[in-house]
Design a protein around this ligand. Structure first.
Ligand code: CA
Length: 226
C-alpha cells in the first residue's frame, strides 16, 4: 500500500484537483467534504498525512486538529487555508499543525510538502493502539493479547481497532457498524454480532472476556463490564 493521505476539504474544485494529482503520483487518497465525515475518517483510518482545510461545514479544521491531538494522534497535518494572517498561522501551529499552505497553491508545492511530511518520523506517534493487555500495530497489522499473536481477519481487525479507540465506552450497534463497515446499519443484519462472536473467541483464548454486551445498548470493550 502506498502513502495514505486523507483530504478534508469542502471545495469541490480543490478536492478534485488535489485527489487527482496525488493519485497520479501514486498516493492512496480518501476525500471527506465536511468536518463530521473528516472526523469519522480520522478516527477509523490510519493515515500517513492529513490535509485539513480550515473552513469546513460541521466542525472546522482547527477543531478537528485539536480533537486529533487531544486523542494523542501525532499524524502529520498540513493545514490548507485562505487565511494567511500571522495570528491564524500561529493558531494552527499551536493547535498541532505540522505545516501550513495558503490557498491558492500550486500542486507542485503541495506535493513537496506532502512528501516531506510523509517522510517525517512521527516519533512518539507509533501506530500502536493498546488497552487491557490487547495491542495492535496499525503499520504491521500485528495484533496481540498478553504477548500472544492473534490471527484476525481484516474485519475482525477493523472491529478490534474500533474497540481499542473507544475503550470503556458503551458503543451502540449503529455506531460500531457504521464505523467499521462504513455503510448504513439497517438494524436487522447480524453481521456485527457474528464478527463480535468470532473476535471474542479469539481474544478469549488468551484471557477473560473483554467485549461485553450491554443489553439494549450495544457493547463495551474493557476489563470491567461496568
Ligand atoms: Ca473550505
Amino acid at each position: 500500500m502506498g502513502i495514505r493521505v486523507l483530504l478534508v476539504e469542502d471545495e469541490t474544485e480543490i478536492g478534485d484537483f488535489v485527489v487527482r494529482g496525488l493519485r497520479e503520483e501514486g498516493f492512496t487518497v480518501e476525500w471527506a467534504a465536511d468536518g463530521d465525515t473528516g472526523w469519522h475518517h480520522l478516527r477509523t483510518g490510519a493515515w500517513d498525512v492529513v490535509l485539513l482545510d480550515w473552513w469546513l461545514p460541521g466542525p472546522d479544521g482547527l477543531t478537528l486538529l485539536r480533537r486529533l491531538r487531544q486523542a494523542g494522534t501525532a499524524t502529520p497535518v498540513l493545514m490548507l487555508t485562505a487565511r494567511d494572517a500571522v495570528s491564524d498561522r500561529v493558531r494552527g501551529l499551536d493547535a498541532g499543525a505540522d505545516d501550513y499552505l495558503c490557498k491558492p497553491f500550486a500542486f507542485e508545492e503541495l506535493l513537496a510538502r506532502v512528501r516531506a511530511l510523509a517522510r517525517r518520523p512521527t516519533g512518539a506517534a507509533d501506530p500502536i493502539l493498546a488497552h487491557a493487555g490487547v495491542r495492535i500495530d496499525l503499520a504491521t497489522h500485528r495484533a496481540e493479547r498478553a504477548g500472544h499473536r492473534l490471527d484476525l481477519t481484516a474485519k475482525e481487525e477493523a472491529l478490534l481497532v474500533f474497540f481499542l479507540r473507544h475503550p470503556n465506552e458503551v458503543l451502540g450497534r449503529t455506531r460500531i457498524y457504521e464505523g467499521v463497515w462504513d455503510e448504513r446499519y439497517d438494524g436487522l443484519s447480524n453481521t456485527l454480532e457474528v464478527h463480535v462472536m468470532e473476535l471474542r473467541k479469539k481474544l478469549e483464548t488468551r484471557g477473560p472476556r473483554l467485549i461485553h454486551t450491554v443489553r439494549g445498548r450495544g457493547y463495551v470493550f474493557g476489563e470491567d463490564p461496568g
